[in-house]
Design a protein around this ligand. Structure first.
Ligand SMILES: NC(=O)c1ccc[n+]([C@@H]2O[C@H](COP(=O)([O-])OP(=O)(O)OC[C@H]3O[C@@H](n4cnc5c(N)ncnc54)[C@H](O)[C@@H]3O)[C@@H](O)[C@H]2O)c1
Length: 320
């Protein structure tokens, strides 16, 4: 029997799959404090983890831990250097985690371009006719607009199809993806980020958070962008510098932003973005659809089972 920790509640379908598997004895851990994880994780052979930080101290105290299965694709909350030294395996979900985020990005763009939140408020407060006399200069058509997709992995590839469906032009910045692949999907590879920022109306981030992508978009980059451009960050907080973003919005350097992820989650109540009307906010919820949450939990559970049955697919294993 393997002892499995389910770290943070996930959809019941995945929990049931783990509980029903013959070789697993599972426990659900909902207290995600460092102190609790430090006391619980050492007893597990494997964990499925949705939220919670796994640092060096926890890993050093967990010699039994053979595998961590992330409920999702990002793993910036896990100390991968120590995991590698321990020869443990890190698994991520694959295709189940990209459709909903791509749709979320698309709908953030649409919401911002069509002023939907503003219109909703007008109707609710009795300002129905106000829209007639508004100087509409911040609502746009998507038709013929240029979107820059930064990071052309699972989400980027789903996003491009949706953008092309709206007759948009798609620029792609991803130094690790061949231009032929991008061309075959009707995008245009841009070698230099600054050139792309200058050209694009919409910038959407879909890269992991790494040393290379942290602060990829700061005030310097925003100053290169068009004044009416918008930024969507549904990847990870910190890729777009929050302080700089707030400044750029307040000073009309760029027009609007859609932010699903924050440098600190939940954001501190003093975070100025919470009061900034030029940002559409969501609580790290790009995967929050019925289908995505069910499928992610099932895939996470199946990944753990496949690992212990020695039949895990290579694309689920993060090369550390
Ligand atoms: N908001 C959410 O709920 C949510 C949901 C899913 C994923 N995410 C985030 O979105 C990220 C992307 O997800 P994915 O499934 O598409 O990942 P992926 O690994 O399939 O793709 C990431 C892409 O980013 C590219 N990349 C890496 N460094 C880059 C750089 N410096 N500049 C440009 N491109 C770079 C890679 O080459 C790769 O093609 C994840 O790492 C995760 O952090 C967030």
């Amino acid at each position: 029997m393997y002892k499995i920790g389910i770290i943070d509640k996930m959809n019941i379908k995945g929990i049931n799959l783990l509980n029903e598997y013959k070789d697993f004895e599972c426990e659900l851990v909902t207290d995600l404090s460092h102190q609790n994880l430090l006391s619980q994780i050492p007893k597990y052979d494997g964990i499925a983890i949705r939220r919670g930080k796994i640092d060096k101290e926890i890993l050093d105290k967990s010699p039994k831990l053979k595998v961590i299965a992330r409920h999702g694709v990002g793993y910036d909350s896990i100390d991968i250097k120590t995991l590698k030294e321990k020869n443990s395996t890190l698994l991520v979900t694959d295709d189940t985690t990209s459709t909903s985020p791509a749709e979320h990005i698309m709908f953030s763009i649409i919401n911002i371009y069509k002023g939907l939140t503003m219109f909703d408020e007008m109707v609710r407060v009795g300002d129905f006719h106000k829209a007639l006399h508004l100087d509409i200069k911040n609502n746009f058509e998507l038709f013929n607009k240029k979107i820059l997709i930064v990071g052309f992995g699972r989400i980027g590839k789903k996003l491009i199809k949706r953008c092309l469906g709206f007759d948009m032009e798609v620029l792609v910045y991803d130094p690790y993806v061949d231009s032929s692949m991008i061309k075959s999907m009707n995008g245009r590879k841009i070698q230099n980020l600054e050139d792309a920022l200058r050209e694009a109306d919409i910038i959407s981030l879909s890269t992991p958070l790494t040393n290379e992508t942290k602060n990829l978009i700061t005030l310097k980059e925003m100053k290169i962008m068009k004044k009416n451009s918008i930024i969507i960050n549904a990847a990870r907080g910190g890729i777009v510098n929050e302080k700089d973003l707030n400044y750029a919005l307040d000073n009309n350097i760029i027009a609007f932003a859609g932010i699903d992820v924050f440098e600190v989650e939940p954001p501190d109540s003093s975070n100025p973005l919470l009061k900034n009307k030029k940002v559409l906010l969501s609580p790290h919820a790009a995967t929050f659809t019925k289908e995505c949450l069910e499928d992610m939990s099932l895939e996470t559970a199946q990944n753990l089972i496949d690992f212990f049955e020695n039949k895990i697919e290579k694309n689920k294993i993060v090369s550390l």
